[in-house]
Design a protein around this ligand. Structure first.
Ligand code: BMA
Length: 333
């Protein structure tokens, strides 16, 4: 097959899909959208969203020495909905993003709690991915696609999330002194409009990556077509000490569904990363993503090359959250 002439930033692993429902030690319908973390002993842990035949999702841990194969999967759900005590989870828990918070010496998982008033962002903490403590819903539904920054900024914990309203689904940033009370809500990155690949609906993908030049944020844009939607990935960079400030935002998408395992499945044409690990060189990224809401796949990337790409493809304005729409040249939003 001939290739398009765009630069390839994210390389699909030849073993894709690396995990499917057929690998599971108990019956599930599909497995996708995993959170990821590298444990202190070098083991890669994926917290995988598993959907059963009722349509309800739970999370199960899979561990591997090399992050590619030899996965050891928990024999039963690792973290599942608790609708008796948490009615906001009555329809399951989905799409975990994991952040290690040094100050707390524990992992904070931001996940979608699906309840009768809509999806909401909930937080849970764990030290070992065996026991979990729920910190509760951060905000009211409808809200999803959230991750915590790895450290406080100006004394506060920082969360990116994606509330939806009739006016669109944009990325927001919020702040908390204690991970339980959230405020300072500000639009971080608005969805573009019109023909753009990221028109009307965007959301955070994995947690932000801290680089010398700023917080590198990968986000998904959802383009609606007559035959459905296409989930693609883009990039933006935010100031280290004030992540409300967007330094640059890529214009093009950098990765979209093309392989057959991405274009066909339960939700065709969806690529949805929720986690990554960074190699010992501090540059090589293993990104784990859900393909077509059906399987788990792996792609590799270089942080330096993604930053270089933003220099070329990024728009040249400096946007400040909440004022960004006014500052973007007409036609570019
Ligand atoms: C989003 C999320 C993801 C899902 C994607 C495509 O809204 O719900 O869990 O992978 O849609 O269906």
């Amino acid at each position: 097959m001939k290739h398009k002439r765009y630069e390839v930033l994210l390389n699909r692993h030849e073993a894709n899909p690396i995990l499917t429902a057929a690998d599971w030690p108990y019956p599930i319908h599909s497995v996708f959208n995993p959170g990821a973390v590298m444990l202190p002993d070098g083991t890669t842990l994926l917290l995988c969203r598993c959907e059963d035949r009722r349509g309800i999702s739970h999370l199960t841990a899979a561990r591997s020495k090399n992050g590619v194969d030899g996965w050891v999967i928990d024999p039963k759900p690792t973290f599942e909905a608790d609708p008796m005590n948490h009615p906001e989870e009555v329809w399951g828990i989905e799409d975990p993003r994991i952040t290690y918070v040094e100050e707390l010496q524990e992992y904070i998982i931001a996940y979608t709690a699906f309840g009768q008033t809509g999806p909401g962002v909930a937080l849970a903490s764990t030290k070992d991915f065996v026991t979990f403590e729920r910190l509760g819903l951060t905000m009211q539904a409808d809200d999803k696609d959230a991750a915590l920054f790895p450290r406080r900024i100006d004394g506060e914990y920082v969360l990116i999330h994606r509330p939806s309203t009739d006016m669109g689904a944009h990325m927001w940033i919020s702040f908390s002194p204690d991970l339980r009370n959230w405020g300072g809500h500000t639009v971080l990155l608005p969805a573009r409009r019109g023909a753009w690949w990221d028109a009307n609906k965007i959301g955070l993908s994995p947690p932000p990556i801290e680089t010398e030049r700023g917080w590198l944020v990968m986000y998904h844009g959802v383009r609606q077509h007559a035959s459905g939607s296409i989930y693609r990935l883009g990039l933006a960079l935010f100031e280290l000490n004030n992540p409300r400030v967007c330094i640059t935002r890529g214009q093009s998408w950098m990765f979209g569904p093309e392989a057959s395992y991405e274009t066909s499945g339960d939700v065709p044409s969806a690529v949805f990363p929720c986690g990554y690990t960074i190699g010992p060189d501090g540059d090589t990224v293993k990104m784990y993503y859900g393909a077509a809401d059906s399987s788990i796949c792996l792609m590799t990337a270089s942080i330096r090359r993604m930053l270089d790409w933003l220099d070329k493809d990024g728009s040249d304005y400096i946007g400040i959250a909440g004022q960004q729409a006014e500052r973007v040249p007409l036609g570019s939003q």
